[in-house]
Design a protein around this ligand. Structure first.
Ligand SMILES: CC(=O)SCCNC(=O)CCNC(=O)[C@H](O)C(C)(C)COP(=O)(O)OP(=O)(O)OC[C@H]1O[C@@H](n2cnc3c(N)ncnc32)[C@H](O)[C@@H]1OP(=O)(O)O
Ligand SMILES: CC(C)C(=O)C(=O)O
Ligand SMILES: [Mg+2]
Length: 503
């Protein structure tokens, strides 16, 4: 098979090996949705299923072959005629079909799975490839448990299946046994000792039982493999398979050293990871490389300061490259003043007007009580601070609003302003507008409101609403926040919160 020597073929087996995870079985429409997303991601080969295993899996391979036309569609079989007939039938609508057949290659499997001999198994391997070739040109052979197989015997088997017509030879570390150096040396051994190896592409298929699947795959690639078999989020039997996003981002990050290209649009990695996790009911662990919730989250002060000064101090990948908007600075009791200042500024606080050291001490007390400090906690913290800082600030002593569809809404408000209680009434085209006008008539100035958002904190019509607004005063912008079960009162509170920052 002719191929660009710098192209690394991405063989995705999320729908086959990934789907072997208990509880993660997919319906045919779900498989098609994921298959189409894998096509858009740019994978070269999709292993769609194991057609003999059930009528449902057979049908999924048929439907996926019809729906997904760009990548090669591959179906798995054992080394027997029945499986191969079934796979060929399931693939009959595929634009570019591949049959993936194979058999165990370790002495363990030969003796304890097949109760057979090396010679007989080698013959069955070559026979299966020859038989599959009657149906499709593209036949991949897997030497199951190659990780534990004797290299000399493995080389004989690989030579025989290439002679029988295999276009791709897959060397699986089925049980995730190998160390990276051992696995790399195995691939190199095959490169150097299989006479006809240049007539096929070597594929790596590693499992993660020792957490080495990605390292082993890269080692295989560095020693001559040109196809990598992987799954989204690394899902698969037991501890899983090589994770697609890890191997692709390792190749991209180390392009100067490894010089391999893939067709993967890496910006789709995170959205696809989330989709697969949801559909396969497999949560992604928080510290999972590339796509975990914490992969681009910084929570300790020294790291946060470093990232805020220059992102690359603590990030080797730009989160946007994998489809994540931006890194996160998580506020905890391990955060420092730089991180706190960053979030306060983001929320619209003018730091020059705040005693950062004092605020930080109050923040630490709160952070020791709570694991993570969210925006609402900061707003509450700053609200309390505002109350003590703005002893002479404007506060509401009462608010009455009349609204309905018979007349313009009217607000009657009493404010504590400059040491006295003052009252005003105003109407507007809505209850909030009437209230703001009433406040403005007491303070004697009009300030433009640029942004105005109302959110419910937990959902439900009896919820506390949170209002944020950006108020422009003398060309400066001030954020105001207000909370109340009454959205008009929350809006008035937010306006006064902003106002108290410049009054
Ligand atoms: C490493 C991997 O991921 S391999 C792929 C694993 N995926 C699956 O197993 C898919 C789901 N499996 C199934 O639906 C079923 O197991 C089937 C349809 C494949 C087979 O079901 P059954 O015929 O009932 O057999 P069962 O699964 O119990 O046993 C497996 C048989 O296949 C044989 N076998 C296993 N691997 C191979 C192989 N690569 N080539 C030929 N025969 C094989 C076993 O020796 C055993 O045969 P035996 O009955 O002569 O002892
Ligand atoms: C069927 C083969 C390719 C496999 O999944 C393995 O050996 O892990
Ligand atoms: Mg596997």
């Amino acid at each position: 098979m002719l191929h660009n020597p710098n192209h690394l073929y991405i063989f995705d087996t999320t729908l086959r090996d990934g789907e072997q995870v208990p509880g993660s079985q997919l319906t045919t429409p779900e498989k098609i949705i994921i298959g189409e997303a894998l096509q858009s991601l740019g994978v070269d080969i999709i292993e769609a299923g194991f057609p003999i295993s059930s009528p449902g899996d057979f049908q999924s391979v048929v439907e996926l072959s019809k729906a997904v036309r760009e990548p090669i569609i591959c179906a798995l079989t054992r080394a027997n005629k029945g499986d191969i007939d079934c796979a060929a039938e399931a693939l009959k609508y595929a634009k570019r079909p591949r049959i993936h057949t194979g058999i165990g290659s370790s002495d363990m499997h030969i003796k304890y799975k097949f109760n057979s001999t090396r010679e007989a198994i080698l013959e069955r391997a070559a026979e299966a490839v020859k038989y599959a070739k009657q149906f499709v040109e593209d036949v991949e052979f897997y030497a199951e448990d190659a990780g534990r197989a004797d290299n000399v015997y493995l080389a004989q088997m690989i030579e025989a299946v290439i002679a029988a017509g295999a276009t791709v030879v897959n060397i699986p570390d089925t049980n995730g046994y190998c160390l990276p150096e051992q696995y790399g040396a195995k691939i190199r051994f095959l490169k150097e000792n299989v006479k006809n190896i240049d007539q096929a592409i070597i594929s790596v298929h590693c499992h993660n039982d020792l957490g080495l699947a990605t390292a082993n795959s890269l080692s295989g690639i560095q020693n001559g493999a040109r196809q990598v078999e992987c799954t989204i989020n690394g899902i698969g039997e037991r501890a899983g398979n090589t994770s697609l996003e890890e191997v692709v981002m390792a190749l991209k990050t180390h392009y100067q050293t490894l010089q391999f290209q893939t067709n993967i649009n890496t910006k789709q990695l995170y959205p696809l990871s989330a989709m697969v996790s949801r559909m396969m009911r497999m949560p992604v662990q928080a510290n999972k490389a590339i796509v975990g919730r914490n992969a681009f989250a910084h929570s300790s002060g020294i790291h946060q300061d470093g990232v805020l000064k220059h992102r690359e101090n603590y990030e080797i990948i730009n989160p946007e490259d994998v489809g994540i908007d931006q890194s996160e600075i998580i506020l905890t009791a391990r955060s420092g003043r730089h991180a706190l200042k960053h979030h306060l500024e983001r929320l619209g606080y003018t730091i020059e007007r705040i005693d950062l050291d004092q605020t930080y001490q109050r923040f630490l007390t709160l952070a020791d009580e709570k694991k993570e400090i969210k925006d609402d906690d900061l707003l509450r913290l700053m609200g309390e601070e505002a109350e003590s800082n703005f002893k002479n600030g404007v506060t509401i002593s009462s608010l009455q609003v009349i609204t309905g569809d018979q007349s313009d809404p009217q607000a009657i408000i009493k404010l504590n302003y400059r040491g006295t209680e003052q009252e005003a009434t105003a109407s507007g085209n809505g209850p909030v507008s009437a209230t703001i006008k009433a406040i403005e008539s007491i303070i004697g100035s009009h300030n433009e409101i640029k942004e105005f958002n109302i959110h419910s904190i937990h959902g439900g019509s009896d919820d506390v609403s949170k209002v944020d607004m950006r108020v422009i005063h003398e060309d400066q912008s001030y954020m105001g926040y207000g909370f109340s079960t009454d959205i008009v009162r929350a809006s008035a509170n937010a306006y006064l919160d902003a106002l108290n920052k410049f009054v």
